[in-house]
Design a protein around this ligand. Structure first.
Ligand SMILES: Nc1ncnc2c1ncn2[C@@H]1O[C@H](COP(=O)(O)OP(=O)(O)OP(=O)(O)O)[C@@H](O)[C@H]1O
Length: 637
């Protein structure tokens, strides 16, 4: 391979996280703060989060104001006891306390409204960004990651950030504002008792600090705290278990046939054990500091009461001392709540950091290189050409295609045949750029496919896969996937041309029947005809067919062949078929073996040359006759 351009498809770095929301990838990734990175996804809704946090802080101040008012009521009542009627300002402070409480409720409600709106929008934007990005990455990305893992990132990680933005962040802000205001107020009345109340808070904060990893950097040197590194490992273990579970569920028919149990699936068993180990280790890591933290935060009375008793002896005015003491008793109840909020918020931030990192992992996956608009070229016609094409799958040293040169003139029908693993599917995949060639060029209409805008290329090429996927949507919508603007009449015409009339007739709601649910499923051959209707509706001038009749029974095959006739009429066709009878009439047959083009010519010409194709044809004929004999004498061959 002289001009090996590397073994991976040409790609370019994505614009990165938050790109769709006005933040460039590098800008976003250089920001270390996970919350800032998370808010990048909020777009204009970032302001709502900020407003929500401000309101949460106001609510915290109102809560303190309410308690101060309550304390004033108590002070006034104690001062005039038992002549309660003399406490003239008490009703005023009482009303103040009530007003603060009501205002606090309203403000907190508004705060949560703001943060919830922003949280839902942020999670939606994250999902959209990830899904949009996934549609543009090369197929190699999917070989390296399982659907279970991707699903968990898109659903799980984004869902997790919802809770963080909606509740934890405003609570965190409120919990941070509270001690500041608290400190100011604490020292107003009695600085000694204020100081004493701070001891449990400081002890609790220290335990929390230990719980979060004690500021130690992880061995990875990337600045992750122990807690962050633990969270990453924990989430990775969850991912592996998810991935193995999806594999296991998909393989359930095999499990049943070979009477296996979950324990015989090593990967699944090991992933469950790894998850258990991480979960246990996590609990153990948090055990001691969390117990200490809970003890510390609930120990306010433990330090406050003895201090109060000591100070009572030295107090000049016992009445004033008692009311001050009551203030600290009321206030200390707040500390438990406040520190719990701080603890949950810190934990949530660690989770959010991991979630944002995982979404960024998807968004950071390089995209298939797209030619700049000004450099994009338009194909002159609908011909296809392979010019010394070489291709290796990422992570695979062997050449799946090696120096393949072939030409399909516009309007011609060409077949790719060859032994299994010869490179037929790989060659066909290079035309619509599912992959890019590692060496040489693939040309459509004389233009390198990499120089054609992807929209134009997709307009020009229709690809019918071996096992085309039908979405859990109506048949009409499945067909319309090829052309969303198609009218009902166009969809019906395409379905009719693809010989789908019998399928539609037997469906309870005809074309509007949703497939894949409520026991409504199609056979392989029927799926293939719906996929052909899709391709007919698309009406692209270049058709790539990969094993179009692979799943068909004889009856379906006849219908499929008829549908293919309509689809391919006047088009450039590149066709892969194992049933050699379907390609006898092809204008040219290319034979691929071990990634190399070994023969080419018409059916008759290749038979005459007595090469690989002739041998494959002879084998095909023999196997076909075995089947016929087998049926005739009632024995399966
Ligand atoms: N996603 C992949 N990752 C790595 N290697 C792959 C991948 N897909 C195919 N290959 C390898 O590339 C080579 C060509 O495979 P390809 O599917 O193109 O052959 P094929 O001729 O279409 O085979 P078949 O007739 O069995 O479908 C094979 O050696 C195969 O193992």
């Amino acid at each position: 391979m002289a001009d090996d351009a590397g073994s991976t498809p040409q790609t370019h770095p994505s614009r990165g996280p938050g790109a769709a929301f006005g933040v460039s990838g590098s800008e976003a990734s250089h920001r270390k703060n996970p919350l800032m990175r998370l808010l990048d996804f909020a777009g204009p809704h970032k302001r709502l989060t900020i407003l929500g946090c401000v309101l949460s802080a106001v609510n915290a101040l109102l809560s303190i104001a309410m308690l101060v008012c309550v304390w004033f009521v108590v002070r006034d009542l104690v001062a005039v006891a038992p002549d309660w009627a003399a406490a003239q300002s008490a009703p005023l402070y009482g009303a103040g306390a009530l007003g603060c409480a009501l205002a606090g409720l309203i403000v907190y409600f508004c705060a949560l409204m703001c943060t919830h709106l922003a949280a839902f929008r942020t999670a939606t934007n994250m999902r959209k960004a990830a899904l949009e990005h996934l549609a543009k990455v090369p197929l190699g990305f999917y070989s390296a990651r399982s659907t279970g893992e991707l699903r968990r990132i898109i659903e799980g990680s984004t869902g997790l950030t919802e809770g963080v933005l909606a509740h934890r962040i405003p609570d965190f802000v409120g919990a941070l504002v509270t001690p500041i205001a608290y400190l100011a107020v604490l020292f107003v009345f009695d600085w000694v008792m204020g100081l004493v109340c701070l001891i449990p808070i400081a002890a609790s904060a220290f335990c929390m600090f230990l719980m979060m990893g004690g500021g130690m950097k992880d061995k990875d040197g990337e600045g992750n705290s122990n807690a962050m590194s633990f969270m990453m490992n924990y989430q990775n273990a969850l991912d592996r278990m998810n991935k193995a579970a999806v594999e296991y569920v998909r393989g359930i028919p095999v499990v049943k046939v070979f009477q296996q149990t979950v324990n015989s699936f090593r990967a699944f068993r090991e992933s469950i054990a790894a998850y258990r180990d991480f979960a246990t280790a996590y609990v153990k890591m948090c055990e001691a500091p969390q117990v200490a933290q809970l003890v510390a935060i609930n120990a306010t009375f433990f330090v406050l009461v003895p201090t109060g008793i000591l100070l009572a002896y030295a107090a000049g005015d016992f009445g004033v001392f008692l009311t001050n003491f009551l203030f600290y008793v009321i206030f200390s109840a707040l500390t438990t709540m406040m520190m719990s909020k701080v603890m949950y918020a810190s934990q949530a931030v660690t989770e959010a950091q991991d979630a944002v990192g995982r979404i960024e992992g998807i968004l950071g996956a390089p995209l298939m290189a797209e030619v700049p608009v000004e450099g994009a070229k338009v194909p002159a016609d609908d011909s296809i050409e392979f010019d010394r094409v070489g291709f290796r799958y990422p992570g695979n040293d062997a050449w799946a295609l090696d120096g393949v040169t072939l030409r399909i003139p516009a309007g011609a029908t060409v077949a790719l045949v060859g032994p299994s693993g010869g490179g037929k599917t790989t060659a066909a995949s290079l035309v619509p750029r599912f992959w890019d060639a590692c060496a040489g060029r693939v040309l459509v209409g004389g233009v390198d496919v990499r120089d054609i805008s992807s929209d134009l290329l997709m307009e020009r090429v229709a690809f019918v896969f071996q096992n085309d996927h039908l979405f859990k949507q109506s048949l009409a919508d499945n067909i319309r996937a090829a052309k969303p603007t198609a009218t009902r009449a166009e969809v019906e015409r395409a379905a009719h041309a693809a010989q789908c009339d019998d399928i539609i007739e037997k469906m309870p709601q005809g074309l509007d029947t949703v497939v894949g649910t409520k026991g409504i499923y199609l056979s392989g051959g029927e799926c293939q005809r719906i996929a052909l209707a899709r391709a007919i509706l698309k009406d692209a001038p270049i058709i790539v067919l990969d094993e179009a009749t692979a799943f068909a029974d004889p009856e379906n095959e006849a219908l499929i062949q008829k549908a293919l006739g309509t689809l391919t009429e006047g088009k450039t066709v590149l066709m892969i078929a194992h049933r050699l009878s379907t390609i006898v009439g092809a204008d040219c047959i290319y034979v691929l073996d071990g990634g190399k083009l070994v023969e080419s010519g018409t059916h008759d010409g290749l038979l005459e040359s007595r090469g690989l194709y002739a041998r494959m044809w002879a084998d095909y004929q023999t196997s076909a006759s075995w089947r016929i004999e087998g049926r005739g004498d009632g024995h399966a061959a």
